[in-house]
Design a protein around this ligand. Structure first.
Ligand code: CUA
Length: 157
């Protein structure tokens, strides 16, 4: 009986110590000074896009009234999703990453343009007005199929 009671005491003390340690670490992280708190949006494991919640299913998501987020994957030699379908008169933030090598992402005939680097997430925000169909071109040489690498952006009513 005595041993059992001691075990319980030690168990309780261990828990207290663990909680105290967690408390110290947590408190330390929010203390004064300079702290980078959010840079994970900027990177991604290009070899594990299938397990990444943003890019496992390339898609367009509505996040507010007239606000959309698009998750786009570039690879040799296409873009996904294709077409990217977004409503007219909306604001769309495109998060674009690459599955393999460096690509470009340019919405032809517009100023929407970014380089797409494996391991990084390029974010560009565009505003749409009239319904229209645009081509998306890759403007970084990425291999034998570079010149046929294209996507579509459909602005729909
Ligand atoms: Cu992809 Cu050039």
């Amino acid at each position: 009986m005595h041993i059992h009671a001691y075990e319980k005491l030690w168990l309780a003390l261990s828990i207290v110590l663990i909680l105290a340690l967690i408390g110290t670490v947590t408190y330390g992280a929010v203390g004064p000074g300079v702290a980078m708190v959010a840079d994970t949006q900027q990177t991604v494991d290009s070899g594990a896009l299938d397990e990444d919640e943003r890019f496992s299913e390339p898609r367009v998501e509505q996040v507010g009234e007239n606000e959309y987020e698009a998750y786009v994957v570039a690879y040799q030699f296409a873009f996904e999703p294709s077409p990217i379908v977004v409503p007219a008169n909306s604001t769309v933030t495109l998060h674009v990453t690459s599955r393999d090598v460096i690509h470009g992402f340019e919405v032809a005939g517009t100023n929407a343009n970014t380089m797409v680097v494996p391991g990084e997430v390029s974010e560009i925000t565009v505003e749409t007005d009239e319904p229209a169909e645009y081509g998306i071109v890759c403007n970084e040489y990425c291999g034998a199929g570079h010149h046929v690498m294209e996507g579509k952006l459909h602005v729909v009513s």
